[in-house]
Design a protein around this ligand. Structure first.
Ligand code: C2E
Ligand code: MG
Ligand code: MG
Length: 460
């Protein structure tokens, strides 16, 4: 009997020890797993998963309190990595984290999401207090950078969603703070944006545009207008810019400002740009066949196209299909597009030059590194941005800048065009400082192809 007691007792003891060990092991494993899921390895703070869980719990417990959800993103952070290396990039992420953490008070929480994104929940008193806290955080970040070994300009964009009721899911709440943030992304002078009815309407409108865009292209709702460019000296037409318009459902005409940036973010711009290019080639072919003295037309090219390895081949094929000499079609690239891809770009421009395309740098002066662009990228023509031309006649300093840009560009054997010329004072000044060409409402607004055709003379 006692032997059986011993045997059973032993088995029982071993089982207990085994189960306890297993439990400990499981607990440790769970703790490790939790650490992986909930602790961010760059900042040591919460992960996005943890933040979502905290937010859900918070909303359950505090179902009456108004609060603010912040979505924070570091603008152009990949340049910090590219220029100063990944060590400095990690430091930059931690500068933001430190500032955010310091600004986060009792009953508030925050997290670092992968790459350069952060979220926070702040208590809400009023909008001004939230704005002040964001500004304070931004000041802290800049102070941190100043204390560091390498100095650079780090800009954040913050989207704020004020949570007044609890009818939305955590995902929807975070999405709304993201949407608000995206409205100011890349705008150097805006630090924060609050989600509003206006943004909601814009979202609905964007959805409508996205639902219709493919069909619209098939149905020929997009069409091309031409804005003539004039020689400053002779006042004769020397070329034109092709500008797209959308006649939605055969009704109102929608300007590019309503859809270009959306198409750039969803990729549809590649198809649209190609369509505009082909349309311009088709029009020029028909004008040449009618014996008109056709001037070169420049077509806008989105920076997205630079990543499309087929685009040069596709554009060449179109130009050849309409049997156009290379001089007739030029390509306009915005200065910001140029800046973002200097290496890719030099390569693309070389290839375009080899195939006889002329390349124009659009909106010169709008970006932050215009002189660097001139140094690195060999374009044929520079188009001075309208924002400079606007100041002619009331800002002597800007006038001097324009005069200097023009002489600099000309000394580099490039052509120079002024955009957005609206009055005689601007025209006279640009003539005086020897700007080659003028494009603007003073001479002509963008007009439909039929009208532009009438402006072209018969070839002698
Ligand atoms: P952009 O390429 O810089 O084109 C010049 C814009 O300035 C045109 O606006 C033109 O109508 C406007 N403009 C010209 N002169 C004056 C003036 O004297 N006063 C004023 N207030 N405005 C003037 P639009 O046609 O609305 O196009 C806006 C932008 O949309 C273009 O700026 C270009 O960046 C983009 N865009 C237009 N068509 C296309 C396209 O086919 N593809 C791509 N990727 N972008 C396009
Ligand atoms: Mg342009
Ligand atoms: Mg422009």
């Amino acid at each position: 009997m006692s032997i059986w007691y011993c045997i059973f007792g032993g088995i029982f003891a071993i089982t207990v020890i085994f189960l306890v060990t297993l439990c400990c092991f499981q607990k440790k494993r769970n703790q490790e797993l939790e650490k992986i899921i909930f602790v961010d390895c760059i900042t040591g703070g919460s992960t996005y998963e943890k933040f979502k869980r905290d937010l859900e719990e918070y909303l359950k417990k505090n179902n009456k309190q108004i609060c603010a959800v912040l979505s924070i993103d570091v603008d152009k952070s990949k340049y910090i990595e590219e220029i100063f290396g990944s060590e400095e990039y990690i430091k930059a992420i931690n500068y933001v984290w430190k500032a955010l953490k310091e600004e986060t008070r009792e009953n508030e929480f925050c997290c670092h999401r992968d790459a350069d994104q952060f979220y926070a929940l702040f208590q809400y008193k009023d909008e001004d207090t939230i704005k002040q806290r964001i500004e304070a955080m931004y000041d802290d970040i800049r102070e941190e950078i100043e204390r560091g070994e390498i100095y650079y300009d780090l800009k954040i964009s913050v989207g704020v969603y004020i949570l007044k009721n609890r009818k939305h899911t955590v995902e929807r709440i975070l999405f709304r703070s993201d949407v608000a943030r995206r409205t100011i992304k890349g705008q150097h002078d805006k630090l924060y944006a609050f989600y509003s009815d206006e943004i909601k309407q814009k979202q609905i409108r964007n959805k409508e545009i996205e639902d219709r865009m493919e069909k619209a292209l098939e149905k020929g709702e997009f069409y091309v207008c031409y804005q003539p460019k004039y020689s400053t000296q002779s006042k004769e037409i020397v070329g034109a810019e092709a500008l797209v318009r959308w006649r939605m459902n055969g009704e109102n005409v929608i300007p590019p400002s309503e859809f270009i940036s959306l198409f750039e973010s969803n990729g549809f711009i590649k198809q649209l740009d190609k369509y505009v290019f082909e349309q311009a080639c088709k029009d020029m072919r028909s004008w040449l066949d009618k014996g008109l003295d056709v001037k070169p037309v420049s077509v806008n090219l989105s920076q997205m196209q630079l990543y499309n390895s087929n685009f040069i081949k596709e554009y060449m094929e179109i130009r050849e299909r309409y049997e156009l000499k290379p001089k007739y079609v030029q390509l306009e690239l915005t200065e910001t597009a140029l800046f973002e891809n200097t290496v890719v770009l030099e390569n693309v421009i070389n290839q375009l030059h080899e195939l006889g395309f002329e390349v124009l740098m659009d909106d010169f002066g709008k970006g932050y590194s215009s002189l660097n662009m001139l140094k690195n990228v060999e374009v044929d023509t520079v188009k001075i941005d309208k924002s400079f031309v606007d100041d002619i006649g009331n800002n002597k300093r800007v006038e001097r800048i324009i005069a200097t840009i023009i002489s600099l560009v000309r000394s580099l054997n490039m052509h120079v065009v002024a955009e957005g010329v609206e009055n005689e004072i601007q025209y006279k000044f640009l003539n005086l400082v020897e700007c080659d060409e003028i494009q603007g409402f003073y001479f002509s607004k963008p007009i439909e192809a039929k009208e532009y055709e009438k402006m072209l003379k018969k070839k002698k």
